[in-house]
Write a protein that binds this ligand. Structure first.
Ligand code: OGA
Ligand code: NI
Length: 361
């Protein structure tokens, strides 16, 4: 058999990728630029990742104020925090991870029913970030589907494994309720009040579920599961079964920044500030740059639930956050605008949606 090590990315189309075939080596098209630092962060101090007990949001006024302050600090410094005591049962989290893993273990024929490179498809299974045209490939297999309102989309989801719809559906519903609570705390922390976004997010808001699988990689030092990127969403809530997620701490090393390894603690959920909360805060909060590193032994599963406004509902800077010192720093945009960006740009090469929204001074 011809050695495909030097083969171009066109050899590794969806359904035939190195990670789906468990190739024992990493083909050249998976090698990321050294600037992406594919290894686990060497000087990683995971204890520096903010962890917030959000049960106190339902406590006394003082307790709520305390959490809001912690959220504000975390959003300003990292654009990221972990949450504990979030109220979602461990069994719901475990079941969702198990049924997601079950999906990826199905025969190719079953999974390929959902195969699509169309970023507008409400359900799609793929290995590619961009229309199968990625310059660099990533060691990830994923299923992405819309999740809210559930009754509108659930009949399009996989029926195999048998419990997929039930278990992922339950997880989606619980995480969505949590997302509204966290968004309320975020808008409150910006001085906008806790209901500032609630009707726009709860009625017509989008929830997109990325169900990710990162098979063991024979050479985790050269490839990545996902390149450094930020999410377009308002917030993303993430559940993982193993470590692998790293976030970029902008403030470290006197402003030059460093990658921080996010630990896995059972039951903990991670919250990413996305591009649309950066806009909502007029730049006070930063959408977090994050990436996924790989390991040689185990399959990593993650469920990323992206919460945003409705498809065509534009996020803009609130007038309350604009004054002489703080002019409007971002153009308005919608989820649909992001999809248009995705078609024209290449996230694998470092293109970021938020950069297209910034208004230059
Ligand atoms: C994503 C993402 C991280 C992970 O799907 O956008 O960043 O840990 N996932 O899989
Ligand atoms: Ni992401």
């Amino acid at each position: 058999m011809e050695n495909e090590k030097g083969a171009s990315s066109s050899t590794f189309k969806m359904g035939n990728s190195a990670q789906e075939r468990s190739l024992p080596y990493v083909p050249d098209c998976y090698a990321v630029p050294p600037s992406y630092e594919p290894r686990d962060a060497l000087d990683s101090k995971s204890e520096s990742v903010p962890t917030i007990d959000i049960s106190r949001l339902k406590g006394s006024d003082d307790e709520r104020r305390g959490v809001i302050q912690e959220i504000r600090l975390a959003c300003q410094s990292f654009g990221f925090f972990q949450i504990v005591n979030h109220g979602i049962d461990q069994s719901i989290l475990d079941d969702a991870l198990a049924v997601a893993k079950g999906f990826f273990e199905l025969p190719a024929k079953e999974k390929n029913k959902f195969m699509s490179n169309d970023v507008y498809a409400p359900v799609r299974y793929t290995t590619s970030l961009k229309d199968g045209l990625d310059k660099t490939q990533f060691w990830r297999i994923f299923l992405k589907h819309y999740a809210h309102p559930l009754h509108r989309w659930i009949h399009l989801w996989p029926q195999n494994p048998l419990e997929y719809r039930e278990k992922i559906g339950k997880f989606c519903e619980e995480v969505r309720i949590l997302s509204l609570e966290i968004m309320g705390a975020i808008t409150e922390s910006l001085g906008l009040g806790r209901d500032y976004m609630s009707s726009r997010m709860s009625e017509n808001g989008m929830q997109v579920m990325a169900v990710n699988c990162y098979p063991p990689c024979p050479d985790p030092k050269t490839a990545l599961g996902l390149p450094p990127h930020s999410d377009y969403s308002c917030i993303t809530i993430l559940l993982q079964n193993l470590t692998g997620l790293e976030i970029f701490d902008l403030t470290a090393h006197g402003g030059s920044g460093r990658w921080v390894h996010v630990p896995e603690v059972k039951g903990v959920l991670k919250v990413h500030i996305g591009d649309h909360v950066e806009v909502l805060s007029n730049g006070l909060y930063k959408s977090v740059l994050h990436k996924v590193t790989l390991n040689e032994e185990k399959t990593r599963i993650s469920l990323a639930s992206l919460h945003s406004l409705g498809m065509d509902d534009k996020m803009s800077v609130p007038c309350q956050l604009v004054n002489d010192e703080n002019p409007v720093r971002y153009r308005e945009s919608s989820f649909n605008d992001f999809l248009g960006f995705l078609v024209k740009n290449d996230i694998s090469q470092g293109d970021r949606f938020i950069d297209t929204l910034r208004i230059k001074d």
